[in-house]
Design a protein around this ligand. Structure first.
Ligand code: SF4
Ligand code: SF4
Length: 376
């Protein structure tokens, strides 16, 4: 049986500390011994403020760090951000301030180590600090994700793929979300964090995972020694069938789906949680795929008035599908693999995943036809 612990909480320092300490104790935190290397892995995607609900909240990071320090561990807080300097992320997120005065090392992942992977891939390259840690405390944020629906415990470990290796994986898997989910699960399996604590106090719904998403108060912190169990539990909480989350499917295929998940504590039931629209990237006969990708399937679009031409999106795009043309940004939708990294890294929330007008009209027609037949 795999337990998932659910506790209601706010971001009040005292309350978070007692919640995180209780969850860690119940997960077997006494395994952390004096002198052990403990890696705390929050979501530090890009510079953002706590109220944006993009990053793991500083109160949760601090509580996890203090727990490990109390056990005499050597603690490091790291991630490999998609954009922005690590120092700036620590500053804007409030994590730097929260950890001030604590004997903890904060630095971005830099060196990678190669590990064998299951087919169709041959190897993974993961952060050396993560591989060499005795214990990993994984601290995901509960967020929606325009490519993968949700980013939770399993996906948070993708931050242990260092720097530009991340867009390389997006390119390798291309429009195949299932293949990308298998990469994510393999990263998780290689690292197998000892403890996973999900920040669902101020979660994100809508067009996440970047600034285009909408913060939503959910008020929970969940913990489990198994990130797949944690993800399945969040699916239940937002009334999403677990098989809709492709990392769950990949975990099942790779033999990593826990048999019996037991939730201890009360979960809110979020029947109106706004999920991102994630449609097919192509459909129909191959000869029409170009037209379909250009005109019918969801794609990234820019709100020009919000764009500051900072360049983060075109620097990160793994497919080189974005370029600046004078004072505008132009997408090449034939090249675009719909990974939505541009949406994730845009510091101004200027990019959204939207269905083009032709796609909207087609969806409307299909829904109308379906209603007609269903009504018969
Ligand atoms: S869309 Fe966002 S990331 Fe891209 S240039 Fe504009 S502000 Fe920067
Ligand atoms: S334009 Fe955006 S969604 Fe398309 S490939 Fe580039 S980063 Fe991914």
């Amino acid at each position: 049986m795999t337990k998932v612990l659910a506790r209601f909480s706010s971001y009040d320092d005292v309350r978070v500390r007692s919640t995180v300490f209780e969850i860690m104790d119940l997960m077997g935190g006494e395994r952390i011994g004096s002198g052990m290397k403990v890696l705390v892995k929050p979501n530090l995607l890009a510079p953002a403020y706590p109220e944006n609900a993009v990053l793991t909240h500083p109160a949760i990071v601090k509580a996890a760090v203090e727990y490990a320090l109390d056990r005499g561990a050597k603690v490091q807080v790291s991630d490999s951000p998609a954009t922005g300097s690590f120092e700036r992320i620590l500053r804007t997120s409030g994590i730097g301030q929260a950890l001030r005065g604590l004997p903890v090392t904060c630095l971005p992942f830099e060196k990678s180590v190669r590990l064998p992977a299951s087919p169709p891939f041959t190897q993974l390259e993961l952060a050396q600090d993560a591989i060499e840690a005795d214990v990993i405390i994984n601290l995901p944020k509960m967020k929606t994700h325009s490519q993968m629906l949700l980013t939770l415990g399993v996906k948070n470990l993708f931050g242990c793929v260092v720097g530009l290796r991340k867009p390389e994986w997006h390119m390798k898997t291309g429009v195949d979300r299932h293949a990308f989910a298998r990469v994510l699960v393999q990263v998780y399996a290689a690292l197998k964090p000892s403890f996973n604590i999900l920040d669902g106090v101020l979660a994100m719904e809508g067009q996440g995972p970047g600034r285009g998403g909408t913060p939503r108060e959910v008020g929970v912190i969940l913990g489990s020694t198994d990130a797949v169990a944690l993800d399945v539990t969040v699916c239940g909480m937002v009334t999403l069938a677990p098989e809709k989350l492709l990392t769950n499917v990949a975990a099942h295929e790779l033999g990593l789906m826990p048999q019996d998940i037991q939730v201890e504590g009360t979960l809110p039931e979020l029947t109106d949680y706004q999920m991102p629209q994630v449609g097919s990237v192509v459909f129909g006969p191959e000869i029409f795929h170009g037209i379909v990708r250009r005109h019918f399937v969801q794609r990234p679009e820019i709100e020009e008035s919000a764009c500051k031409l900072c360049g983060e999106c075109w620097k990160f795009c793994p497919a080189h599908a974005l370029e600046r043309q004078k004072e505008k940004i132009r997408f090449d939708y034939d090249r675009c693999i719909r990974c939505y990294c541009c949406l994730e890294v845009c510091p101004y929330g200027a990019i959204s995943a939207l269905e083009p007008p032709a796609g909207r009209a087609l969806s409307k027609t299909i829904r109308a036809v379906f209603r007609t037949f269903a009504g018969r």
